[in-house]
Design a protein around this ligand. Sequence first.
Ligand code: SF4
Ligand code: SF4
Length: 110
Amino acid sequence: MPFVVTDSCIRCKYTDCVEVCPMDCFRQGPNFLVIVPEDCIDCSMCVPECPVGAIYNQADLPDEQRHFAEINARLAAHPDWKPITRSQPPLPDHEAWREVANKLEFLEQA
Ligand code: SF4
Ligand code: SF4
């Protein structure tokens, strides 16, 4: 099953993950990244790159993160969410948001 970006990425967006993806699967919005499920080959190379452990195989998503499979698929198809293949600086407040849980209300979709 494809890999999925979850809650920890919101408002951090470190982007270490994008450099290693052989399929250029990542798309970025204002304060979150998603994986294009149809493009992901399940290699898992992105998982250890994420400093906040935001990436899971869809089959292994914790119950409280399951809704992120639908969110990744939907936002990956959003016309304003563009490919990102090169790492960039994290968002300015990333340290403050790094340990915060349940950030879905802050996800900016476009
Ligand atoms: S490395 Fe983790 S926090 Fe950073 S953009 Fe990728 S998924 Fe989001
Ligand atoms: S599992 Fe592999 S193909 Fe899928 S997003 Fe991560 S690095 Fe890319």
